[in-house]
Design a protein around this ligand. Structure first.
Ligand SMILES: *Cc1c(COP(=O)(O)O)cnc(C)c1O
Length: 241
């Protein structure tokens, strides 16, 4: 068995065990395979092992792979998970199904307008990135501002607001990991509760958190999408990050 297939099985098993520990159902968790820096052939291998959702960070690299794999499009779902600059929003609006990591209204507004230029595409699924525990990071808005940003984004056409995304500062300490994820979950649930009668929030069901090193802690704190790269595809080259 090649290593991508074996790794995928192992990651799925980790998700199942984490669900068992957290008394959750594995069906509640979507595995997003983060394929940044890896070639289209690696994505095809994962696809043949039943993987359909893939995450990419760099617009140019991603568009090349999406184009190469265009024939497989009906089976593949593409998530943009990297930091997004204004001058790259058009390509994301044109090529992706999901975008995580939106932390400014201006970016969401551009994506909304630009998605509208592709009437054959479904609405772009969007998560707002919050900044928890990682004070040095420039990405993500403070938890205290998340609801206001969501309220503005949820009104935009061609966008479906799906939930929150977070990348806490890496920590080897499980309790620290859980503490950060718990804060995100708390924020998420507060927004859900406050908007329970607002139909525009009917698809606000997604908590995108957890990576190769901390997916168990994320699942324990309510994650619904784990974004896993290294544990599936192996170590990335330092040069290309
Ligand atoms: C690279 C990346 C991941 C995957 O990280 P691994 O540690 O390789 O699993 C997940 N989320 C985001 C936003 C990333 O940039």
């Amino acid at each position: 068995m090649n290593s991508i297939v074996a790794n995928l099985m192992q990651v799925r098993q980790r998700i199942e065990l984490a669900c068992l520990a957290a008394k959750r159902e594995p069906e509640e968790i979507e595995l997003l395979a983060v394929s940044k820096t890896f070639p289209a052939s690696a994505i095809e291998e994962a696809m043949h092992a039943g993987q359909s959702a893939f995450g990419e960070n760099y617009v140019q690299e991603a568009v090349e792979k999406i184009t190469q794999l265009a024939k497989l499009r009906p089976w593949l779902v593409w998530h943009f998970i990297g930091p997004l600059q204004s001058n790259k929003t058009r390509e994301v609006a044109e090529h992706f199904d999901w975008v995580h990591g939106v932390d400014r209204l201006k970016i969401a507004e551009r994506l909304s307008v630009q998605r509208g230029e592709f009437p054959n595409l479904a609405e772009l699924q969007m998560c707002v990135q919050v900044n928890v525990s990682d004070e040095d990071s420039k990405s993500g808005i403070p938890l205290s501002e998340a609801e206001a940003l969501c309220d503005a984004i949820v009104k935009l056409p061609n966008i479906v607001l799906r939930g929150l995304m977070a990348i806490p500062a890496p920590s080897a300490d499980k309790a620290e990991q859980r503490k950060a994820f718990a804060q995100v979950q708390d924020c998420f649930k507060k927004i859900q509760a406050a908007k329970s009668t607002d139909f525009r929030y009917q698809f606000f069901d997604t908590l995108s958190m957890g990576m190769s090193d901390d997916l168990e802690a994320a699942i324990a704190e309510g994650s619904t999408i784990v974004r896993v790269g290294t544990a599936i595809f192996g170590k990335r080259d330092k040069i290309s990050k």
